[in-house]
Design a protein around this ligand. Structure first.
Ligand SMILES: [Zn+2]
Length: 342
């Protein structure tokens, strides 16, 4: 079995110049492929996930989720070393560990040395930057490694419990909503009165030296709180700062945090998928004490957005998004999402 260091890529130099050189030489990829793609950069890969997913009996949504997670958590260096979308194998794993030519892209030779590189279109080349070769290789590897358990194979790719959770969540979102669902929503039902206080970064009194990682939207008790995006409920429950709070993550690894609720929407559970405009709870003043504490401050929704790159997660000011969403028409719904399982 291949060890992690040989699977994950982390070096290049010569690799990068090779890739750039070959792209220039072939002249057709990736410029045309990506330029033609106007929506999410991953949407054009959908037919490849479906094709190689079915060829190797691997869930297409899992392939797409691995690619999405790898892309969203790539370091700058990794991006320079593998300047193409999604997951990439370490060159030695692609070429075969015993292969004297670590950057080998000649498919028959790669096969001889047991490399993971695959030739999808019969041109005798296994090009790690060709989406078809790359996705075929990933599907083939998952099929080989999975045995009875796909999760173990995915674990071997990232060896990180957070990655496992995110890939599972992304795959569930992709199955139900597709790779690139569009739509967003202001987090408060606009038919009710509310006032947005843009106080991101301000100091606050409770809980020691913490800055205010969000915006407060003041509204009456019971005002419906809405999901802003497509996502899954990653967290739901009590926290002594946030009171009754919900955290929703989308497939771009953005985390939306809603705090101080008076109650959650009936029937909504941790793990559930949500869509923009779906009622998830109601404005309250819970928090700043043990479970059930309420009324220590005027009712409001504390709303924060966090971005996660794998190594770091940080809050950024949601004000820009909020102003944009506030101008959009709302489709408020209490209907829960019917999740597609395949
Ligand atoms: Zn707040």
């Amino acid at each position: 079995m291949l060890q992690l260091h040989s699977i994950m890529r982390a070096r290049a130099g010569i690799w990068q110049s090779l890739v750039v050189g070959m792209v220039l030489a072939s002249g057709c990829w990736p410029a045309t492929a990506w330029a033609a793609e106007r929506s999410h950069p991953q949407s054009s890969l959908y037919p490849l996930y479906k094709l190689y997913g079915s060829e190797y009996d691997v869930d297409w949504a899992v392939l797409a989720a691995i690619d999405r997670y790898a892309e969203l958590t790539k370091t700058k260096t990794a991006k320079q070393e593998a300047p193409y979308y999604g997951f990439s194998f370490y060159p030695a794993a692609w070429a075969g560990i015993a292969n004297p030519n670590a950057d080998d892209m000649f498919a028959p030779e790669i096969q001889l040395f047991g490399g993971l590189g695959q030739d999808a279109n019969g041109d005798m080349l296994a090009l790690p930057f060709d989406p078809a070769d790359r996705i075929k290789a990933l599907a083939h590897w998952l099929d080989m490694e999975s045995g009875e358990d796909e999760e173990i194979a995915i674990w071997n790719l990232f060896q990180d419990p957070v990655a496992m959770d995110r890939i599972d969540g992304f795959a569930r979102l992709f199955r139900t909503f597709g790779l690139s669902p569009t739509g967003s929503c202001f987090p408060i039902d606009k038919r009710y009165n509310y006032t947005v206080k843009h106080t991101f970064g301000a100091g606050r009194s409770y809980g020691g030296r913490r800055i205010h990682e969000g915006v407060d939207i003041f509204a009456s008790y019971g005002t419906p709180v809405l999901a802003c995006s497509y996502g899954y409920v990653e967290l739901m429950g009590w926290n002594r700062f946030g009171g009754w709070r919900i955290g929703i993550r989308d497939a771009n690894n953005m985390y939306y945090y809603y705090a101080h609720l008076s109650s959650f929407q009936k029937g909504l559970h941790q793990g559930d998928l949500v869509r923009p405009g779906q009622v998830i709870g109601y404005v309250g003043s819970s928090g700043y004490g043990p479970p059930g504490t309420s009324g220590k401050f005027p009712p409001h929704l504390h709303f924060g957005i966090y971005k996660d790159t794998g190594l770091h997660e940080w809050a950024f000011s949601p004000s820009g998004y909020l102003s944009q969403w506030e101008r959009q028409k709302q489709h408020v719904t209490r209907e829960t999402v019917l999740e597609r399982k395949s």
